[in-house]
Design a binder for this molecule. Sequence first.
Ligand SMILES: Nc1ncnc2c1ncn2[C@@H]1O[C@H](COP(=O)(O)OP(=O)(O)O)[C@@H](O)[C@H]1O
Ligand SMILES: [Mg+2]
Length: 278
Amino acid sequence: MNKLKPTQVIGIASGKGGVGKTTVSVNLAVALQMMGERVMLLDADLGLANAQIALGCQCPYNLSHFLSGQKTLEEITVTSRAGVRLVPGASGMHEMAALSGLQAASIVQAFSALDDDIDYLIVDMAAGISPAVLAFMQACPRRFIVVRDDPSSIADAYGTIKVLLQDFGVDEIYLIPNAMGGQQEGHQLYERINQVCARFLGQSIGYLGTVENDELILSALKKYQSVLEYAPGSGGSRDFRRLAEATRQLPPIAHASGGLQFFVERLVGQSKAESRTH
Ligand SMILES: Nc1ncnc2c1ncn2[C@@H]1O[C@H](COP(=O)(O)OP(=O)(O)O)[C@@H](O)[C@H]1O
Ligand SMILES: [Mg+2]
């Protein structure tokens, strides 16, 4: 049975590490889930403060067990208290490039089978703009770039946007200013970066809202919880609910083959094309 709306796949990157990719991925996932959406989070970030810690999940297996054929996608997936389904990435990400045709086909099939069960797939990227990050970002039909108001974060966010727009020819990019002093400051930061994009890259980027600096976000992480569970009345929770609302307002991206299948086919297809050229 076909859903009217295929799974919406959103990649979250920032260039620089420590900017808030995992925080935004996890809290956006929880906020959407609390609004009745069915959300899956793919952890492609191998950092220390990763998604499983932020969601309070224990993950005995990860994507590498699935890629090696030891476990099914279902067996590696864990469900958080809030109901978000988490696919732990770990070292499996690097193996994407070395897949056989049969493995690639089985991944596409496994993810495609989930298409009717998932409204949003959120992909938490690793830091930097390695070929793997760019391949994931290109495969995601919708992309959010997290940025903080500091020169190196701004430079890295712009660098990421530039490569995606110019070298990968993607269209939809939204900026999420994080840890800002207020909504207005966040919007001003967006305007500044968007002006540079329009002028030097000839393309505008979108804005979905700002996440303010909120120390309860860090307190929540220390308790292995999203801020929405830990402190629902906090400013951070309010901002993530707004972000989730803005995300739901975006026109759904439709693909003939369904959102998840499209995503995985692009990802695996690219890796195969890349490994052929090496
Ligand atoms: N809006 C915010 N207010 C306060 N602290 C934040 C905010 N966003 C992120 N942090 C904190 O910053 C640190 C880095 O965030 P994280 O999401 O792990 O970054 P990344 O995934 O980009 O490396 C974490 O300790 C997190 O709790
Ligand atoms: Mg992270």
